[in-house]
Write a protein that binds this ligand. Structure first.
Ligand code: E4P
Length: 222
């Protein structure tokens, strides 16, 4: 499973990139607002950083009309080869995705909350489909079931869209997305950091260091 970071904050992306586990980045207008930088400059900086790993960065359109979405998608994807246009799942959005697919422009269909929406996005030719797991959980339903359903539909019919588990809130979401067969999980930096954590790793490491320190200095290389 590919791991994307769900952030527009460059320092977070740099940190995750240094760990060697980053395959891409997703942003949205809310995350762009948090970054507090010029949108194009920020997307280009992210693009350059993850481009070394052949990763993609999703930049979201904000128009509600098909023509406007297409125009914005053409613009953001013209900035660099690894930028993907993020388009909301509306009738106008799917019309845009369909046209953009014909032009060879990659899309990430966002705000997906049902299997039927995902099915339509697959048929329209979406590159990525983003089911919002955490936001479904917030309504008292099982968000991860949507990821399982979309993976099953995709595999049953052989659609090429990649299922991108989004709105992940904690490490168990990441494990469950991997077990569900999601192609990609996008996660906030805080969740990625928590994936490293285990108290037995910390205590085990401390014991190794304590025992190592008991060896006479002349008998160890460092
Ligand atoms: C997806 O690409 C979205 O940017 C994101 O995962 C939404 O997450 P949230 O529900 O935590 O805002």
């Amino acid at each position: 499973m590919k791991i994307f970071l769900d952030t527009a904050i460059l320092d977070e992306i740099k940190a995750a990139d240094a760990w060697g586990v980053l395959d891409g980045v997703t942003t949205n207008p809310s995350l762009a607002a948090q970054a507090g930088r010029n949108f194009k400059e920020n997307i280009l900086a992210i693009s350059a950083l993850i481009g070394e790993r052949a990763g993609t960065v999703s930049a979201e359109t904000v128009s509600l009309e098909t023509d406007g979405m297409i125009e914005e998608a053409r613009l953001v994807t013209s900035w660099a080869d690894n930028i993907v246009a993020k388009i909301p799942l509306t009738p106008n959005g799917l019309a845009a995705v369909s046209q953009l697919a014909k032009e060879g422009i990659r899309t990430n269909v966002t705000l997906v909350f049902s299997a039927n929406q995902g099915l339509l996005a697959m048929k329209a030719g979406a590159t990525y489909i983003s089911p919002f797991v955490g936001r479904i959980d917030d309504t008292g339903h099982d968000g991860m079931q949507l990821v399982r359903d979309l993976v099953e539909i995709k595999n049953y019919y052989g659609y090429e869209s990649e299922i991108l588990a989004a709105s992940l809130r904690h490490p168990l979401h990441v494990t469950d997305a991997a077990l569900a067969g999601a192609d990609i999980a996008t996660l906030p930096f805080g969740v990625m950091k928590k994936m490293f954590g285990h108290p037995l790793t910390d205590s085990g490491l401390q014991r190794f260091l304590d025992d190592w320190a008991t060896i006479d200095g002349s008998m160890r290389p460092f």
